[in-house]
Design a protein around this ligand. Structure first.
Ligand code: CU
Length: 115
């Protein structure tokens, strides 16, 4: 084998080695993500803007951004409020929240805070 051929083969081998290492990192982060989801089954995080509060009905309206977890596009939506509303939160504030479904499959906000 000529030296130039050997150098070429080594260069190819090191490229393949790097690609494999990147692949492993990718798989690892996917694994970590699925483990995080498994830790809180049925919970989905969202962000949006608090649009309205109906205290009598125990509901909040949120203009939420897309929620990839649920394949939901951005929309305006009423949710059952199943947690205390922070006292300093006002209509128009950007919020971060978590959703779960109740036994009747209604979506409820289980945590909410100013973003
Ligand atoms: Cu929605």
């Amino acid at each position: 084998m000529k030296i130039s051929t050997l150098v070429f083969v080594l260069a190819i081998a090191s490229t393949i080695g790097t690609a494999q290492a990147e692949d492993q990192d990718h798989n690892m982060s996917q694994h970590q993500m699925s483990m995080q989801r498994a830790a809180e089954p049925g919970r989905h995080e969202g962000i949006g803007v608090l649009k309205a509060v109906n205290k009598e009905a125990g509901k909040v309206q949120i203009a939420h951004e897309a929620i990839a977890d649920l394949s939901w596009p951005a929309m305006n939506m009423w949710f059952i409020l199943n947690c205390p509303l922070p006292g300093d939160l006002r209509v128009g504030d950007p919020v971060r929240f978590e959703l779960m479904q109740d036994e009747k499959k209604h979506w409820m906000v289980v945590t909410i805070s100013r973003k």
